[in-house]
Design a protein around this ligand. Structure first.
Ligand code: ADP
Length: 169
């Protein structure tokens, strides 16, 4: 399962739901890497205050892409999607922080970039649904599964984000 995170306990402030310290799987797709958007995308998560715990550059195998998108295997776009993901460089990452799964999805924006709000990654950087620049896990359980597919446990780095006292109250 997900390694226990020791840096911060869940906090509840008035009017907010309790958000948990958690991890999400984020991948910059081949359109994003080809277009030179790696730095731009990493910068958004970094500036937000989230903690990078793993990152690697991969050209995914067909098996990896099919396993990752297994839930979509009946969709008409599954074949082209797998082919696209395997077509070039993917930057696979694990980010950690309070509410990072849901907030990460909000930072990414809607699946179709034409419907993603301006200010989101897809809203700012994409047009076509088949070229939407980035992947982000849609739930904590999905994140756990995806991290396990893309990373070995020893690739998740245990380090102290020393600025955390300026990010978390
Ligand atoms: P998300 O990536 O936002 O979680 P989905 O899990 O529904 O969205 O789909 C996975 C990926 O499949 C999308 O990010 C997109 O690249 C691709 N995709 C989804 N819907 C379509 C579609 N109608 N046509 C082409 N590609 C699609």
């Amino acid at each position: 399962g997900l390694p226990r995170v020791r840096v911060q306990t869940a906090r509840k402030s008035a009017g907010q739901t309790t958000m948990q310290m958690e991890r999400t799987f984020i991948a910059i797709k081949p359109d994003g890497t080809n277009r030179g958007l790696i730095g731009e995308i990493i910068a958004r998560f970094e500036k937000k205050g989230y903690k990078l715990v793993a990152m690697k550059a991969v050209k995914p195998s067909k098996e990896l892409a099919e396993t990752h998108y297994d839930a979509l295997k009946e969709k008409p776009f599954f074949g082209p999607l797998v082919e696209f993901i395997c077509s070039g460089l993917v930057i696979a990452m694990v980010w950690e922080g309070t509410g990072v799964v849901k907030t990460g999805r909000q930072m990414i924006g809607a699946t179709n970039p034409l419907e993603s709000a301006p200010g989101t990654i897809r809203g700012d950087l994409g047009i076509d649904v088949g070229r939407n620049v980035i992947h982000g896990s849609d739930a904590v359980e999905t994140a756990e599964r995806e991290i396990g597919i893309w990373f070995k446990p020893e690739e998740l780095v245990d380090w102290d984000q020393t600025v955390k006292q300026w990010i978390y109250e």
